[in-house]
Design a protein around this ligand. Structure first.
Ligand code: NKO
Length: 206
């Protein structure tokens, strides 16, 4: 048990690494917590106009979600499903409440995507495709994230047939991640309803 707790803590620490802040600092950009939505995430970094920095943020924040789970499976082969689900949730919570940023982190979209890649690559592809379709049609990153967060657990349950029922831990973790994604987007939801949300590539100040 102590070993599993250590793996969960490690996942939390990995999830805590804030790539939006790190990449911005390294590339000499402003801290993303000081402009736009003030969110340390790929979408907000893109508001600087620097696509490379935004792509690196997306890549880093997704990679850490994937890496935390990959590492747990590597260190502890045959780790119980419940513990692995806790590792996934811990990496995600690390991004939302990072110890390195005074517990004020991001919204968790990219990190959740990385978690999906580690759990089931097809699930990540389907969810990312959902995000892309909404983003292309409506050009709201937040709306795309919300729709993707709703559908990911649905895809998971349908995609794994009755298997998820026998081993529900990861499904429950994904549902919690989905709910937390909505909770972290509550300011975006208000702006979407008011029609004041900024569009991707719109350059509209908020
Ligand atoms: O600055 O508040 P903002 O407008 O920046 O940002 C809102 C935005 C925050 O998220 C990001 C990360 C953008 C990542 C884009 C690609 C994500 C594609 C896959 C979505 C996966 C959802 C996983 C759900 C798991 C349950 O939203």
């Amino acid at each position: 048990l102590a070993f599993n707790v250590a793996l969960i803590l490690l996942a939390y620490l990995i999830g805590s690494v804030p790539f939006a802040v790190v990449v911005s600092k390294v590339m000499g950009l402003q801290d993303p917590r000081s402009y736009g939505s003030k969110n340390p995430g790929a979408t907000n970094v893109l508001r600087t106009g620097n696509k490379t920095a935004a792509a690196l943020t997306l890549l880093g924040d997704a990679a850490k979600g994937w890496f935390a789970i990959w590492l747990a499976e590597k260190i502890a082969p045959g780790i119980p499903a419940g513990a692995l689900a806790a590792v996934a949730l811990a990496a995600f919570l690390g991004h939302l409440y990072p110890v390195f940023l005074g517990f004020k982190g991001g919204k968790g979209v990219a990190t959740a995507l990385g978690v999906l890649v580690a759990i089931q690559p097809w699930l990540a592809v389907a969810t990312a495709a959902t995000w892309l379709i909404i983003a292309v049609f409506f050009r709201y990153s937040s709306l795309a994230s919300l729709v993707a967060a709703f559908f990911a657990p649905v895809y998971y349950v349908f995609g794994s047939g009755l298997a998820w029922f026998a081993q529900p831990a990861m499904g429950v973790a994904l549902a919690i991640i989905g709910v937390l994604l909505f909770y972290r987007h509550r300011a975006n939801i208000t702006r979407l309803l008011q029609g004041t949300e900024s569009r991707i590539g719109g350059g509209k100040k908020q």
